[in-house]
Design a protein around this ligand. Structure first.
Ligand SMILES: Cc1cc2nc3c(=O)[nH]c(=O)nc-3n(C[C@H](O)[C@H](O)[C@H](O)COP(=O)(O)O)c2cc1C
Length: 231
């Protein structure tokens, strides 16, 4: 049986391209003009992603590891999107429930990888490193600095548990919205701010002739070193 034109996955894949010139501008990356440490380059690229009109430049993929690789079924990778809450000398931060799937994974193996993609500039940033939870006070302060909707979502709770029906979500969410509006300082005890303190940060600048520039910062005993990687 035929598929209606324009909806076939493989036809669509053939028709798509990355970095179409009408949407994407590929700036050159001169490695000799980059800072000695990755944070200033990240913050500059982030600002440029915002200025270029990236829709959600603060959304990133967060990869974690499941369980212990020595046990059966353990050590498997997992990934999902989360929002960046900040990046400074203490690390790159995000927030989630410590009781969620990723929360349990981070408890068992406190190391994670993050990836950003900013297609309008043909840029990717990836980093990985150990993860540390912030204190409950700092985590709740971070939550309360965000929107009522963010608080309501956190108060709804049960993240990653099996949901018996959408009706149960509606009821829990309505209760959470009501509480968040009435008591904007209500704590969501499992909501936790985590920081990734990177061992490595790689900046990828796409190039039209596929001579992509990959600049990798590696943290060593004497601070950061930089090297180029083959694309
Ligand atoms: C654009 C976007 C942003 C998201 N931001 C967050 C976030 O900041 N924190 C969070 O816990 N989940 C966030 N999520 C939901 C996660 O992707 C994921 O579904 C949820 O955290 C459960 O993941 P887990 O089962 O691996 O723990 C976001 C999803 C999307 C699509």
């Amino acid at each position: 049986m035929g598929t209606a034109p324009g909806t076939d996955l493989h036809e669509l894949l053939k028709s798509l391209r990355v970095w179409a010139p009408e949407l994407t501008k590929l700036p050159p990356l001169d490695p000799t003009a980059t800072p000695n440490t990755p944070l200033p380059l990240f913050t500059a690229w982030f600002a440029e992603a915002v200025a270029a009109g990236e829709t959600e430049p603060h959304v990133m993929s967060l990869a974690t590891r499941d369980g212990d690789p020595a046990t059966e079924g353990g050590g498997l990778p997992d990934v999902r999107m989360v929002m960046l809450h900040g990046a400074d000398e203490e690390g790159w931060s995000f927030a989630t429930h410590s009781t969620s799937r990723k929360g349990h994974q981070l408890k068992g193996f406190a190391y994670a990888a993050l990836a950003f993609y900013w297609p309008r500039l043909g840029r990717q940033v990836r980093l990985r490193g150990p993860v540390t939870p912030a204190t409950p006070t700092e985590s709740q302060a971070d939550l309360h600095a965000h929107s009522t909707g963010a608080l309501a979502a956190a108060l709804t709770g049960h993240q990653s548990e099996v949901l018996p029906s959408l009706g149960e979500l509606k009821q829990a969410s309505e209760d959470a919205w009501e509480l968040a509006q009435r008591e904007p300082r209500t704590p969501a005890p499992s909501w936790t701010l985590y920081r990734v303190f990177p061992d490595e940060v790689e900046f990828f600048q796409g190039d039209a002739l596929r001579r992509h520039v990959r600049l990798s910062y590696v943290r060593g005993e004497r601070g950061w070193s930089r090297e180029l990687l083959w694309p």
